[in-house]
Design a protein. Sequence first.
Length: 304
Amino acid sequence: MVRHFLDISRLEAADLRAILDDAHARKQARKGWPQGRADADAPAKDRVLAMIFEKNSTRTRFSFDAAIRQLGGQGIIANAADMQLGRGEPIEDTARVLSRMVDAVMIRANDHEDVERFARVSSVPVVNALTDRSHPCQILADLLTIEEHLGPIAGKTVAWIGDGNNVCHSFMHAAAKFGFKLRVACPAEYHPDLRDLEKGGTWVYLTSDPQDAVTGADVVVTDTWVSMGDQDYEARLAAFEPYTVDQALMDQANDGAVFLHCLPAHRGEEVTDDVIDGPQSLVIDEAENRIHAQKAVLAWCFAG
Ligand code: CP
Ligand code: NVA
């Protein structure tokens, strides 16, 4: 069986825990090393990763490229618009062809179904690097960050404030797999997809009140109010106005609570400067951890 990494909800809890443990171990093992040096076990030696982007990216693009190099492999990056995909070539043909040329494919796509279609015919592992529906790699990096600062994620309480979007969906999937409570505060018209809410099961609590959501929270997370592809900018700014994460809201979370944001951030919208640039914020550690988490994901894929 080819090991795809399409969504956290699709993996076994034990595999996810093992991936996160490997991410911790790989990060520890290379403290102080130059970024270009490969890990001692080089699990991607002689392997090539293709990275396809239909949307903009800074962190995902650089972290996957750094990750495959640190695993001892090589990467090829392409913007979908420059490929024949951008001129309408069927994604299945792209998948069949790339399966003969590379050892794994990472895709950032507009439509989640395109990643599923690619994976259905790909004979090499496919990694979801963000779709309109989910962002599983981000959440592994977030959990790595939380555990570094607060210890095991199991039993912790995480508050999600703002849009019930792709990143929120992956957090909901993770809550059920890793056993943490997720308290989501969204305006009713921007609530998460009910199919993803269901995957979180009883681990997820949904409210429209940010103060309710941060009660008892060890971690407060938010994201942009306007994701790539969203068109209703003005309506969103109006609906989300009560959902800014400011210091007053952080003060209602548990003592020692930390703040996460996948970035890019819009200071003055979903978060104030004092919070994102303040002592509770872990956003730069979180961004760095994309490399370590994705190395563990790729190593898991290649071990299949
Ligand atoms: N957080 C994240 O995925 O960032 P990029 O869009 O810069 O890749
Ligand atoms: N929800 C955001 C995440 C960006 C990393 C988006 O999809 O644009």
